[in-house]
Design a protein around this ligand. Structure first.
Ligand SMILES: [Fe+2]
Ligand SMILES: [Fe+2]
Length: 436
């Protein structure tokens, strides 16, 4: 910043102007001179940043008071001093009162005193200007900050909205993927049951009971899902194994036949291994025929070395086989007794107590109980919460729902679709409460 201060002296007497110029010759001032108020105003109109104006009062034309008054409009920041040769108190008071002059100095003046006054006036002009500049800077920065803040807020809001949109999209995609995954597993499981005409709702039953046991055992959602998938697909390795091998009399099988049958658990694991998400379930599939005492297959694992999910599925698997193969009223009790007799040898004794409740829940309703009656209705009349009385198959024999399953919106929609594309004879048998 240039430190030279621009000062304007206005007087009609040349001598006075010279005296003033001399007085400030050692100061860092740029001196401008005018011989009348009118000339002074011209200087102000054409020159910027004048720090100080010193004007005589008595001049022809504009008086000092009137000149300073007008000068204030042209250079509002400049310090203004009135020189008065007479003890003209009225003019001086008027000048100060109207704000035209900041102070007055009487002629003849004392050089030292006048110089001090001029320096003081210039200094206060500079201070004032500096102050104003800083205030302006602060104001501008505040303004910028405010704009920036407002911009930032709207940018953040925009980005938040776009992120939210993406998250929703991802959720939907995820949900779709999850549905596809579950539908694919169900399709595999259906295929398996279609292949094995004795299997009926075997996989569905094993999955349902196993998941209930896993839940009462306190397993996480993820572990339960693993068990559900493994249970639905546990015998997927039997695809390709002949019917006679699957359901023949084990005592009459040759060594090679037994080996072939037993390979289904390893084949099952191999079948799902290419799908990474199914690998944990694949391990349970591999071990679902291990015995608790180490006499099972394929790896002769024993006790807790057998994965927990595989130990659960093994019991659910055996129970479902026995219940479906034992006709009569007490098939559940008999199956539970048989498994109980093999605790410690084939099955995990600690897990067994968790089975009674889900097994009764799953198979107990199949024969119908006293309060309900079986009715057959068309899919479009089904309501969520209704219990399936007998397994539902499509026209070509694909198992759609097992006995004892409860309907929800999704199952009803899928039944309606199947009844459209592959209609069976008749409707869907459900259990409803007896009226009256
Ligand atoms: Fe099996
Ligand atoms: Fe099985």
């Amino acid at each position: 910043m240039n430190d030279t201060a621009r000062v304007l002296f206005v007087d009609d007497e040349e001598n006075i102007l010279k005296a003033l110029r001399r007085l400030v010759s050692d100061e860092d001032f740029e001196v401008l001179l005018a011989h009348s108020g009118e000339e002074g105003l011209d200087v102000l109109r054409t020159t910027e940043e004048i720090a100080l104006i010193v004007s005589d009062q008595r001049m022809p034309g504009l008086s000092g008071v009137d000149f300073l008054q007008q000068a204030r409009g042209l250079a509002p920041d400049a310090a203004r001093i009135l020189l008065t040769g007479y003890a003209d108190i009225t003019a001086t008071i008027e000048a100060i009162n109207k704000g035209g002059a900041h102070r007055y100095i009487s002629k003849p003046w004392d050089d030292r005193e006048l110089l001090l006054s001029l320096r003081e006036a210039v200094r206060s002009y500079r201070l004032e200007r500096e102050n104003r500049k800083l205030s302006e800077l602060v104001r501008k920065q505040n303004e910028e900050l405010r704009e920036w803040n407002a911009g930032l807020k709207s940018r953040v809001m925009e980005q938040t909205a776009s992120i939210r949109g993406k998250i929703t999209e991802l959720h939907e995609l995820n949900e779709k993927l999850r549905r596809t995954y579950r539908d694919t597993i169900s399709a595999f499981s259906n295929l398996l049951e279609l292949h094995d005409r004795y299997a009926r709702n075997h996989c569905g039953n094993v999955a349902s009971v196993s998941v209930s046991v896993a839940r009462s055992r306190g397993l996480s959602d993820e572990e339960r899902e693993e068990i559900r998938v493994a249970a639905l697909l546990h015998d997927i390795g039997t695809i390709g194994v002949s019917d006679t091998l699957l359901h023949g009399d084990v005592t009459r099988m040759t060594e090679a036949e037994i080996h072939e049958y037993r390979s289904h658990s390893v084949r099952g694991q191999a079948a799902v291994d290419s799908i990474e998400a199914l690998r944990p379930a694949g391990i349970l599939i591999r071990h679902h025929h291990e015995n608790f005492d180490g006499s099972g297959f394929p790896d002769r694992l024993a006790g807790t070395a057998i994965p927990l999910g595989a130990r659960i599925i093994a019991i659910a698997d055996a129970l479902d086989r026995m219940i479906s193969e034992t006709p009569g009223n007490d098939s559940i009790g008999k199956a539970l007794d048989t498994v109980r007799a093999s605790l410690g040898s084939r099955f995990d004794p600690e897990l067994f107590p968790l089975f009674e409740e889900p097994v009764c829940g799953r198979y107990g309703g199949q024969a119908g109980d006293g309060d309900t009656v079986e009715v057959e209705i068309l899919p479009r009349h089904l309501r969520p919460g209704m219990k399936i009385a007998r397994q539902v198959r499509s026209g070509t024999g694909l198992l759609l729902l097992g006995a004892g399953e409860y309907l929800d919106e999704g199952k009803i929609v899928s039944l309606i679709r199947f009844f459209d594309i592959d209609p069976p004879q008749g409707g869907v048998a459900v259990l409803v409460k007896k009226q009256g």
